[in-house]
Ligand binder design. Structure first.
Ligand code: GUN
Length: 282
């Protein structure tokens, strides 16, 4: 039986339509939501992501400030600019596109973002609040994954969830959000033994490895919900996820495609967080 496809494009459009209505209400109350995006250097993938974020802002009625800084920007220069944006009441969300050039300490930069403007949910305050289930900005990719499960009618409670990948941006927070929804969560990584059998027991499988078609058909439990966070190029240069989609779709109950899946929801969740940051100032 073929899996249901969880349509990230349709779902992201719904989320953005809701954000747009919220932005209009916010503006009526006297606050124009604004997101500042800082891009240091000229990483081509980052350039694509930043353009996408600006387009989403436009669709949602959010003002966007995109600042491009040269690749040789010093840490002091970047921190000085962040301090200005932090102090600017007309800016509600601040996002520094990662990765940063080697001369800049990523953690120092993230910690210079005030938690109330940290729409990526990367600062220690937001990470800590997420861990203890307090109100906070959730990191956009894991939040998007949960929205996709929700849209597919998958309630994580009591299910076996397996997350492959333990990054601070995706794997770890995705595991925490699934735990908060009462799943029984296993985190797998490069040193995990028996990866295939662990994955094959998963009712919910989240793949965040960064390797094309890493998850093969034998790793999918029949009827499982498969969330593919990967954005890779295959041997022919074609965009593909971390999951071998064709093989997985034959066994899964529902699955997210790449492209057209989690990536679009990540962007939509950034709009949700930016609106929330603006509302919090009302
Ligand atoms: N680079 C890749 N993904 C992300 C993200 O979610 N936020 C930021 N700031 N940079 C990224």
């Amino acid at each position: 039986m073929a899996a249901r496809i969880i349509d990230g494009k349709a779902l992201a459009a719904q989320v953005k339509a809701r954000v747009r209505a919220g932005v209009e209400e916010c503006v009526r109350q006297g606050v124009q939501p604004c997101l500042a995006v800082l891009l240091v250097g000229d990483d081509p993938a980052s350039e694509v992501y930043v353009r996408g974020k600006a387009k989403d802002c436009e669709e949602c009625g959010i003002r966007s400030l995109v600042e491009r800084l040269p690749a040789d920007t010093t840490q002091a220069e970047l921190l000085a600019r962040l301090a200005q944006l932090a102090a600017d009441d007309s800016v509600h969300g601040i996002l520094v596109q990662l990765p940063l050039p080697a001369q800049i300490d990523e953690r120092a930069v993230i910690e210079a973002i005030p938690p109330q403007k940290d729409v990526d949910g990367f600062t220690p305050v937001n990470v800590g609040r997420m861990m203890i289930g307090e109100k906070c900005f959730l990191p956009c990719t894991p939040a998007g994954c949960l929205e996709m499960l929700n849209a597919a009618g998958v309630d994580p409670a009591g299910k076996r969830a397996v997350v492959i990948g333990r990054s601070n941006i995706v794997g770890k927070p995705a595991a925490m959000l699934l735990l908060a929804r009462n799943a029984t969560v296993t985190i797998c990584h490069s040193r995990t033994k028996d990866l295939v059998s662990i994955c094959a027991g998963a009712d919910i499988l989240v793949a965040a490895v960064g390797r094309p078609k890493f998850v093969t058909g034998d790793m999918i439990k029949p009827g499982a919900a498969v969330i593919d966070v990967g954005i890779n190029r295959d041997e022919n240069g074609k965009l593909c996820g971390d999951v071998d989609f064709a093989a997985a779709a034959e066994k899964a109950g529902c699955i997210t495609p790449v492209p057209g899946g989690v990536g679009l929801m990540t962007r939509a969740m950034l709009m949700v967080n930016t609106l929330q940051a603006a509302r919090n100032t009302l």
